[in-house]
Write a protein that binds this ligand. Structure first.
Ligand SMILES: NC(=O)c1ccc[n+]([C@@H]2O[C@H](COP(=O)([O-])OP(=O)(O)OC[C@H]3O[C@@H](n4cnc5c(N)ncnc54)[C@H](OP(=O)(O)O)[C@@H]3O)[C@@H](O)[C@H]2O)c1
Length: 294
């Protein structure tokens, strides 16, 4: 006989929590929801979710407690209450918001002390993609709990990776990946400000950059190989020409009156790596940026 589907409490119904709850409900799990602002429960309730009046009530109804609120401090405030803590023994808690590794380790310790199994999950996509093949999720923490509730994670998307027993492992990749996403977003908006300063069409910039960045995955693959081997001799994107181009672009930006801090910071790193002679490829800046750099 098949095991019954586990019941799930979804704490937090912002853009991401609502998308997660909808995906889990679509996979026919029994879901109880709680959100600070009750109006966000209405659409899910209309589709069959039970609505709890408190975090404790939601936790009491579920085998798996999924939390997706803004920041671990908020999550801690919600669950580190005597009445909620007393209900956690034997449950599995999955935290799906963004946290840095130290916050995850602290959460794992606290939930484990309450007798719960702990998993930490990073959703590395936008809410619209949750429940589709494009949704990638990194999960780490208690391997037995992951094994038990694998079908729940499968409901979230097509690319689910379990990174092992170290609960903070997904937060390490997520934090590093988000550093890339935010810096890339900053880089694009900085480029738009540069066009704006000289009345150039920003929509054209968008088209050109979109086409150019579509070629970047191959470059990332090459960077990974160079970083892993410690050899930066590929001529695909030369550090020397990068520094030369960036120096001229910094001047163009300064003349246009745009804030060029991002460019001058990058240029300083390029120059430092070139002076140190780490290699010809731009990826050689890794040796300047890495924690072990002297
Ligand atoms: N959106 C994305 O693209 C995305 C992608 C990956 C990961 N994430 C992560 O997912 C988490 C949630 O993001 P989101 O996009 O769903 O954010 P959001 O739409 O702004 O929702 C924030 C959620 O946190 C709750 N909250 C905030 N402060 C609270 C407090 N003091 N007490 C109780 N509840 C509180 C909100 O409740 P109210 O509704 O009452 O305000 C809401 O449920 C974040 O860690 C975010 O980084 C988001």
């Amino acid at each position: 006989m098949n095991e019954p589907q586990p019941s799930v409490a979804m704490i937090g119904l912002g853009s991401m929590g609502s998308a997660l709850a909808a995906a889990v409900m679509a996979a026919e799990f029994k879901v109880t929801v709680w959100n600070r602002s009750p109006d966000k429960s209405e659409a899910l309730a209309a589709n069959g979710a039970a609505v709890a009046q408190s975090v404790g009530e939601a936790v009491s109804q579920a085998d798996v407690v999924a939390i997706c609120v803004r920041g671990y401090e908020t999550a801690n405030t919600l669950v580190r209450q005597a009445d909620v803590a007393a209900l956690l023994n034997g449950k599995t808690v999955v935290q799906l918001g963004n946290g840095v590794p130290a916050e995850v380790t602290d959460a794992e310790q606290w939930f484990t002390q309450q007798g719960a199994s702990y998993l930490d999950a990073s959703i590395m996509t936008f809410p619209d993609a949750v429940g589709t093949d494009d949704c990638q999720v990194l999960v780490s923490g208690d391997p037995a709990a992951y094994q038990r509730y694998q079908s729940l994670f499968a409901a979230l998307g097509g690319d689910i990776r379990f990174l092992g027993a170290d609960a903070a492992a997904s937060a390490v990749i997520n934090s590093s990946g988000l550093a890339f996403v935010y810096l890339a977003a900053h880089a694009f908006v900085s480029a738009a400000a540069m066009c704006d300063a000289v009345d150039a069409p920003i929509d054209l910039l968008g088209d050109v950059v979109a086409k150019f960045t579509a070629q970047m995955p191959a470059m990332f693959g090459e960077y990974v190989s160079m970083i892993e081997s410690g050899s930066y001799d590929s001529t695909s994107l030369r550090l020397a020409s990068g520094a030369e181009n960036l120096r001229a672009i910094a001047e163009f930006g300064a003349e246009a009156g745009v804030n060029s801090d991002l460019i001058t910071t990058a240029l300083a790193t390029f120059d430092q790596a070139a002076d140190a002679g780490h290699g010809t490829n731009l990826a050689a800046i890794f040796e300047t940026l890495r924690a072990k750099a002297v």
